[in-house]
Design a protein around this ligand. Structure first.
Ligand code: B12
Length: 213
């Protein structure tokens, strides 16, 4: 078994060579421990966040951490992303909400949804409610996934759900929210239908909605 505590620590210390070497080790057997490795990398990102809050790390370190996390996803992705992409694809929207530029988690969820058989329209980052409403009207999608990592993303998610209501679309569109700060309590505040920080659960939830439609 790989040393996941060591992986989190190396990630938190931004030790690129060590991180890559542990991840290559994880993939040596085809990646049976890839999900645990992904979790360990996220714990490492929490360490980065804590060091940033305490003033030991700077924005440049966040940028470096983001690049390192992208490399990690690249190495692990074939083992993480498995699915049944055949058959008719249900179209859906994903984006990072207004004022939030973080997209690493969103991109992981998007890739897993695609592997799970969805045709995912990715509207990108910092996406205002109006753009999402326009796309829902244009495409008629019935599932919208909203990502956000900043605490203030919760407010943008709430504004998006309110905008769906105001446009008369709320009853025909299911909304799932996710990202590090998202909780059951925030889900209620936002008025979303579901929340999770686990991409596999996101895929299952969207699949159950697609089956209902
Ligand atoms: C890398 C990083 C950056 C990079 C992002 C690069 C990129 N392309 O995304 C850059 C340098 C751009 C950045 C900028 C900033 N950042 Co930053 N950043 C981080 C860091 C270290 C890692 C984020 C990450 O990628 N995590 C790994 C991914 C895989 O995890 P995840 O996003 O949670 O996703 C998983 C799940 O949540 C879920 N999921 C994700 N999305 C979705 C969506 C749906 C629908 C579902 C169902 C599930 C789901 O699945 C994913 C896989 O498991 C975090 C610290 C942390 N603990 O996360 C800080 C952090 C998020 N940043 C923070 C801050 C303050 C900033 C800045 C304001 C810094 C500054 N002064 O400029 C700016 C804000 C820019 C903006 N307006 O958005 C704070 C936020 C504080 C807060 N409470 O709001 C954090 C928490 C650091 C900290 N502790 O202070 N950042």
């Amino acid at each position: 078994m790989a040393d996941f505590a060591k992986l989190s620590e190396a990630m938190g210390n931004l030790e690129e060579d060590e991180v890559i070497s542990i991840l290559r080790g994880v993939m040596a057997d085809g990646g049976s421990e890839a999900p645990q490795a992904m979790e360990a990398c996220q714990k490492g990102m929490d360490i980065v966040g804590t060091n940033f809050e305490s003033g030991d790390y700077f924005v440049s370190d966040l940028i470096f951490a983001g690049d390192l996390m992208k490399q990690a996803v690249e190495i692990l992705k074939d083992a993480l992303i498995t699915g049944d992409a055949g058959g008719t694809k249900t179209q859906m929207i994903i984006c990072t909400v207004k004022d939030d530029l973080h997209d690493i988690g969103k991109n992981i969820v998007k890739a897993m949804l695609e592997a799970g058989g969805f045709d995912v329209i990715d509207l990108g980052i910092d996406v205002p409610p109006e753009k999402i409403i326009d796309e829902v009207k244009k495409t008629g999608v019935r599932i919208v996934a909203l990502a956000g990592v900043l605490t203030l993303a919760i407010e943008s998610m709430k504004m998006t759900v309110e905008a769906l209501k105001a446009a008369g679309l709320r009853d025909s569109v299911k909304v799932i929210i996710g990202g590090a700060p998202v909780t059951e309590g925030y889900c209620k505040i936002v008025g979303a239908d579901a929340w999770t920080i686990n991409p596999q659960i996101a895929v299952q939830t969207c699949k159950s909605w697609a089956a209902e439609a």
